[in-house]
Structures are given as C-alpha cells and as structure tokens.
Design a protein around this ligand. Sequence first.
Ligand SMILES: Nc1nc2c(c(=O)[nH]1)N[C@H]1C(S)=C(S)[C@@H](COP(=O)(O)O)O[C@H]1N2
Ligand SMILES: [Mo]
Length: 258
Amino acid sequence: MTPKSPKRIAVDRASLIIDVRRELDLPSRRLFGKRILTLGGLAMLTGCSLTDDASVETFLGRVSQMNDRVQAWLFDPNRLAPTYTQAEITRPFPFNAFYGLDEVPAVNGDNFRLEVGGLVRDKQSWTLDALYALPQAEQITRHICVEGWSAIGRWGGTPFAEFLRRIGADTTAKYVGFKCADDYYESIDMPTALHPQTLLTFTYDGQRLPPKYGYPMKLRMPTKLGYKNPKHIMEIFVTNSYPGGYWVDQGYNWFGGS
Ligand SMILES: Nc1nc2c(c(=O)[nH]1)N[C@H]1C(S)=C(S)[C@@H](COP(=O)(O)O)O[C@H]1N2
Ligand SMILES: [Mo]
C-alpha cells in the first residue's frame, strides 16, 4: 500500500502496528509450517530489510496486504470471543465517533425504515417495531478501539445471521455493506456476518440504544475492532463488489479482526 498523504501514513502506522503484533502472536505452525514467525521471518517473507524508517514503512505495508487474506483464512467461524459478567461492564461506556458528542445524528424512530438491498430475496424496508419483534439475544463483550482503549459493554439485539435469513440474503456472497445516518459506512466478510456473536443491536445495558451509541441500531461484532462496528445503520446490502469503509478507505486494515 502506498501512503497518499501524511494523514494516511499516521493512520496506517496505528493499524499496521496492531496487525504486525497480531501476526507475531499467531501460532507459527498454523501459518507457515515449521517456520518460526519472528520479525526477521516476516521481513524475509515480505522481502524487506528493516534498516530505517522508510523500509519499516514498506515492510508494514506488505504485511498489511497479506493481512486481509491471512486474517480471513484464519478466522474460525466457530471460535467465540470472550464474554463477561455484569460486574465487569465499563461505566460509563466510552463514546467514540469521527466527531464530538454534540454532533451525534438525531434519528427519528417514528418514521424510520431500515433499507435492505443487493443480493437479497426480500427488499422490503423494516420499521423498528418489526425489527424489535425478531428473536432477541444479549451479550456482554469487549469493544477494542485502535485509538488505544477497550471497554466492556452489554448489547441486545437480533442475531445477524437470523436477520440475513429473514431477508433471504445470498450467504454465498462476499460482503455485507452498511450505510449510516452520519457519513460513516462499513463492510464485513460473510463468515463474520454469520458468526453467532454478530448481533444487530437495539439496546445498550437493557435500555433502548441511546443516540451516542448508535440509535436506532449498531452492528455489534466482538470478533472485530471497534471501527468495524457501524452505528446509526440506515441501510444494509449484500454484494460481491468490495464496498470499503470509512476508515478502511483512509488506510486501516479491512478485515479488522480483534
Ligand atoms: N456511524 C458510525 N459508526 C461508528 C463510528 C462513527 O464515527 N460513526 N465510529 C466507530 C468507532 S472508531 C468506534 S471505536 C465505535 C464507538 O462506539 P461507541 O460510541 O458505542 O463506543 O463506533 C464505530 N462505529
Ligand atoms: Mo474506534
């Protein structure tokens, strides 16, 4: 990946350093046979020498390129993210967005309709009441933000696999994309969309999801980093054309596993 602007380089560094740490944590045997996965080993694989800042930058870029593929390949649809107890919930749960609290979008739930499109059988839009009537589940999981914090929260909503089943989604398609009430957008791989802990959430800590946490709904995936979890979802679509994402298009790693 060739950084296009200084801002992009900064964003890249933050996410790539996480990626590299992740690569180094991987059991080497699963990834490269008996090869010991050290920084030196990775440098060999990427054909980079790590002698100065510029070469480290190239190295991180190459690791990131292989990262989406490697992460997708290693993603185990049956592995569950850790869950926590009520007592472990972080209070207050942090707010984060690419803007401040005073700019949180005010979505009116009364005339709200969730739009559904792309490779699905039933493109009818959904009222909030229809969504609330779907089977509901709850989880207490850790949200990890690449900005350097993590927090445990409690979300409730409908298992996303169930929602995809109801709309007759083509689950052999590659991506599920999201458009939000702010300028945010995101996309995820289908195995993650179908993961049992991926929930389309309408509540936070037993209450209707407040505006700051993404009213009317947030896709909550404890197997993904914070920025992959879209808030204020207005539209969901299934596609084989790579939709990108708000931060991904500025240099963050797309798979964004946590
Ligand atoms: N629509 C929208 N979704 C978003 C964001 C955003 O700016 N807009 N920020 C992302 C990031 S980087 C994080 S860490 C989490 C923060 O969610 P929280 O406010 O519930 O902690 O939302 C993610 N989803
Ligand atoms: Mo984040």
